[in-house]
Design a protein around this ligand. Structure first.
Ligand SMILES: Nc1ncnc2c1ncn2[C@@H]1O[C@H](COP(=O)(O)OP(=O)(O)OP(=O)(O)O)[C@@H](O)[C@H]1O
Length: 379
């Protein structure tokens, strides 16, 4: 991607802080969202996701820092002067207006010509899959349908930015799942720059181009779903976005995150397999979560095994089995080693210009100590 600040519909935050009286809710937020990107703010309750979204919208003032929308500074502009559409968890539709009237509401307020409003409303009703429901009232719609209306209403004035505050949380699992896929398709079709707040890691992984993981008002990591899941930069990110086992595989190699589905289980030994006992099983439908105890590790391991394999191989509580790690784990460890070596040598190069060689070892150990995850298990 090219320089984001020149992109028409990008969002840029520089050193943004937000205080509620003495409480520091957002701490030095630096973030660039590219035109057409779908970015999710993910994190536990109270970490500041909604505050960050509302600050971008101008529904909260930022205490310090700069916010640019489409290259224009809006840090102190009121919400009505920022060009966004917003969808809340609670739908917030006008109960006394029909679907068509709800969708066309903003256009009517802008005194657009009637024919233009009618055409745009029809286009949007079709876009969100509500054909034939234009004359219904919100109370005559399901939750998923109401959220489609809210989405159409937010998109009607053709805003530069779409803000979604937990838009799917109030829906039941099946509807949420379907609407999530539709939302992603719709966002790609319209190309609108979108920010979504969610506390649901699976949802964020499924729908986003990039995810910003927040913790205590700070961005812990921003990256693609795969970067966040496979290369979490802190223990907090690793544990929030899935389950982890920490395994330093060989001495002098970095400890890395091993996801439960990266453990393979067998009912016979081999050279690279480690014997274990199955301490517990948790049925999850397609997969079963096994807790394994092994002399090769100092802590129990979590392994997600296809339920069909568990049945065939009698992986039941109390039984003996043998585990090995998926080859991906060794590849990731190699990548991690190279990355750490790079990090350790970069400052050294700079230092040789100004310091003597005796400083090198100190610097290297400092870098090592900042590496993520100290580990307990050894395989
Ligand atoms: N108006 C307010 N006055 C004082 N503190 C507030 C206000 N709004 C939010 N906070 C505090 O700021 C912090 C962040 O709140 P925020 O609603 O942004 O969190 P969140 O990550 O969206 O959480 P959730 O997922 O539960 O909605 C919380 O500790 C909250 O109590």
């Amino acid at each position: 991607m090219t320089n984001t600040t020149t992109q028409a519909n990008s969002v840029e935050l520089k050193s943004v802080h937000k205080y509620y009286d003495q409480f520091h809710a957002l701490k030095d937020i630096n973030l660039t969202i590219r035109e057409g990107e779908f970015v999710s703010f993910l994190g536990p309750s109270g970490c500041g996701k909604t505050t960050l979204l509302r600050t971008i919208a101008g529904l909260e003032n930022c205490t310090d820092g700069t916010i640019l929308l489409a290259g224009e500074e809006v840090s102190h502009k009121p919400a009505r002067q920022r060009d966004f559409g917003i969808v809340f968890q609670s739908y917030a539709l006008f109960p006394n207006l029909t679907v068509a009237e709800n969708v066309g509401y903003a256009l009517k307020s802008q005194k657009k010509p009637k024919q233009q409003i009618k055409a745009r409303v029809s286009e949007l009703i079709e876009l969100v899959g509500l054909n034939g429901m234009a004359e219904r009232f919100p109370a005559q719609l399901s939750g998923g349908q109401q959220q489609r209306v809210a989405l159409a209403r937010a998109l009607a004035p053709n805003p530069k930015l779409l803000l979604l505050d937990e838009p799917l949380s109030a829906l039941d699992a099946k509807v949420r799942h379907n609407l999530r896929a539709e939302l992603k398709a719709l966002q790609k079709k319209t190309g609108i720059t979108t920010i979504m707040v969610t506390h649901d890691q699976e949802e964020a992984l499924a729908i986003s181009d990039r995810i910003a993981v927040l913790n205590h008002g700070e961005i812990e990591q921003i990256g693609t779903p795969d970067e966040i899941y496979t290369h979490p930069s802190t223990d907090f990110v690793a544990e929030f976005v899935g389950t982890i086992n920490h395994l330093p595989l060989t001495k002098n190699k970095p400890a890395i995150v091993v996801r439960p589905e990266w453990i393979k289980l067998f009912n016979s030994p081999s050279e690279q397999r480690h014997q274990c006992i199955i301490l517990a099983t948790e049925y999850r439908g397609a997969t079963t979560r096994l807790t394994l105890e092994s002399e090769a590790t100092t802590e129990p391991l979590f392994a997600d095994i296809a339920t069909a394999d568990c049945k065939l191989n009698h992986f039941h509580t109390g039984n003996i089995a043998w585990f090995e790690l998926h080859p991906l784990v060794y590849q990731l460890q190699e990548e991690e080693s190279q990355y750490n070596e790079q990090r350790a040598t970069e400052p050294l190069i700079k230092q040789t210009q100004s310091r003597n060689s005796a400083d090198k070892s100190t610097n290297k150990s400092t870098n090592k100590s900042t590496n993520k995850s100290t580990n307990k298990n050894t395989v």
